[in-house]
Design a protein around this ligand. Sequence first.
Ligand code: FES
Length: 346
Amino acid sequence: MNQYTVTTTTGDHIQCAGDQSLLDAALRQGVWLPNSCNQGTCGTCTVRVVEGTVDHHDSPHVTLSPTDRTQGLALACQATPSGDIVIEPENGAGGTVATHPLRDFIGTVIAVEDIAADTRKVVLHLDDRIGFTPGQYVELTIPGTTGQRHYSIANVPGPEGMTREIELHIKRHPGGLASDRWAFGALSVGEQVEVSGPLGDFRCSDLESEGGVIMVAGGTGLAPILSILQTLLAAHPDREVHLYQSVRTEEELYARDLLAELAARHPNLVVKPCLTRQLWDGRTGYASEMIVEEFGTLRGWSGYLCGPPALVEAGRRAFKRRRMSPRRIHWEKYTPAVTQDVMLLT
Ligand code: FES
């Protein structure tokens, strides 16, 4: 396969195979490009091709319109180079953001635990240490298939931001290739799985700033929030943090012991479980509405949101309504996996 040079307008030179995405090549060589979904649906990785041409492959038109293409835009997670090219990241990039190169690992399943209704914790021991920033995710190639799925890392890295064990929280989706067939089906301790990571730019970015923090986690969107929360509290034990844990019913709540323990150690941490489809002796309703009711102004505060797109969008609107600075709002949407071209291996 031909090798090409991808040069960024910020001065980085990346070697990229003709069948390799621009994003994959950049991240593996330690060159940061903004990225989120890695499946062509969010647009975070958009770059401008200043010189040369790329193959857009299956870049969805809803994310990259024909006009975008004629204007030289490309999705770095989908596009491959057709020769040597020069690109300009559209969403800001460069060496100011601490990052860990994208790498491949073999993970061995060392623990599987049901932690809530249709929610499973899977712990993988990797064949080498992975470095990641709390909030990032890994890509798993689902055993027995050619399909990949993304799962946020729920634990915190060890010294130097590295660890050999990663904890993932998996929600069951009936009929789902990864969740139903694998994680809630054939998965067993000792099984090996291909892992690539870290990926994504939802991450703990408030270690240097001050002010309160509001976190909103929907379902297993709690996974990266737990990693960010523990990192934040380790750096700033007295920081005021309000965590809205949103699920449909009480049986879907999880990590209650860990959150209670953190709250006991950090009096300024307020954990607010809220149910959207069940009346109980706690909060019932939508986190976004509660935020608007409970806070007069959020100037000087930071916000983290992770979960289903509707929850994230409503939360972002609530933050803005209460005057939180847009640059202090961080979010990750859980979007459905792209499933075409996935094959079962026999
Ligand atoms: S479209 Fe490329 S990271 Fe989302």
